[in-house]
Ligand binder design. Structure first.
Ligand SMILES: [Cu+2]
Length: 354
């Protein structure tokens, strides 16, 4: 019987500020002017958009910024010695914290902060002018392969080359491909950390294993509506994260396992650039759920501190610390409850969704 850890590695792999400006109206695409940084009441609330609503030029500038992060030297070497780039820094922190940030009450808060810091790095270190885009996978649930996300020129490239089938009982149903990506901007990308929990330095290609069946089954509008219909945060969180089997991977697992490969690795999934668009969509759905009853839901938090419980153990509260290690200062869950909290004075975030 494999250990929980091994199960996670093999198959369930379920995983898995912003500028501030004067009070001028924000241009449609979230571009802010050059002298507009700092935080506080006047922070510019940047608008995160669905990938296909970006212009060609905006898509290219986002991908260019991601590649820029992959070329910038790491700053986290003290704790992640084999991190080569700023992009690796993010992946490394996720690998290190895997067992304390999934199937816990702060799963959504942690990933919300993680994304905001990634967005900040793109903007401040790589001259990206827009906001972090999201991927509304419900638009692709019935025709996953045809998604514009996989366009080799204006997207992230397509599936991995066919690889020998994973014969394990934990193989993702309907998986295709499995090997290195063969086109698009990340065809030559090297990953230096992972797979799984490994932080030993390696040099790996970006792998994908598209599963249209996973997308069709778990990434559809009915599943999103089911999450949005939950009456309290605890249930909302549970429905989003799903279970550790392929009968119910939740909308979180749906995005991860439909891409597969690196994205299907509970630990190392942020090595897939699309990870950040998938998690932005989960964050958007979280914000949408909160917005259905903001007075109550800006303070509704619960769920276990420890992975999978125990249900009798301590619960996450608003004062629970969210720690991104070398990536950013620690904050509390409270400071992450409002995506515009920096503007309203209740937190550190300054973005919204469109
Ligand atoms: Cu994660």
């Amino acid at each position: 019987m494999p250990s929980i850890g091994a199960l996670l590695i093999i198959g369930l792999c379920l995983v898995s500020f912003l500028g501030n400006v004067a009070a001028v109206p924000l241009p449609e695409d979230g571009v802010v002017g050059p002298d507009e940084d700092g935080l506080g009441p006047s922070c510019t609330v940047i608008k995160r958009k669905e990938w296909r609503r970006l212009s060609k030029v905006q898509k290219k500038s986002y991908i260019k910024a991601v590649k820029c992060l992959q070329d910038k030297p790491a700053i986290a070497k003290a704790t992640i010695p084999n991190s080569i780039s700023r992009f690796d820094d993010f992946q490394g922190v996720h690998i290190q914290q895997t067992f304390s940030i999934h199937f816990v009450g702060h799963f959504l808060a942690w990933h919300r902060y993680y994304l905001a810091i990634y967005e900040k790095a793109l903007r401040e270190e790589c001259d990206y002018k827009g906001a972090q885009p999201y991927w509304d996978w419900t638009l692709d649930a019935d025709n996953f392969i045809a998604s514009p996300l996989w366009d080799p020129v204006t997207g992230f490239g397509g599936n991995g080359v066919p690889a020998p089938a994973d014969g394990s009982p934990f193989a993702v149903p309907g998986a295709t491909g499995g090997g290195c990506v063969t086109d698009g901007p990340f065809v030559d990308m090297r990953l230096h950390l992972g797979p799984g929990p490994s932080l030993a330095g390696t040099s790996r290609c970006l792998r994908r294993a598209f599963s249209p069946w996973i997308a069709k089954t778990f990434s559809n509008t009915a599943k999103v509506n089911n999450a949005l219909a939950q009456k309290d945060f605890g249930w909302f969180n549970k429905v989003v994260e799903g279970e550790t089997n392929f009968l119910n991977v939740g909308i979180h697992g749906g995005g991860h396992y439909s891409i597969g490969g690196e994205a299907g690795d509970l630990y190392a999934s942020p090595g897939e650039p699309v990870f950040y668009l998938h998690h932005a969509n989960l964050d958007r759905i979280y914000w949408q759920w909160q917005s259905m009853n903001l007075p109550a839901r800006l303070s509704d938090i619960s769920g276990p501190i420890q992975m999978f419980g125990p249900i009798t153990g301590p619960n996450v509260t608003l004062s629970f610390p969210i720690d991104l290690g070398p990536l950013a200062p620690a904050v509390t869950v409270q400071e992450l409850m409002d995506t515009k909290g920096n503007k309203t004075g209740s937190g550190v975030l300054c973005y919204t969704y469109q």
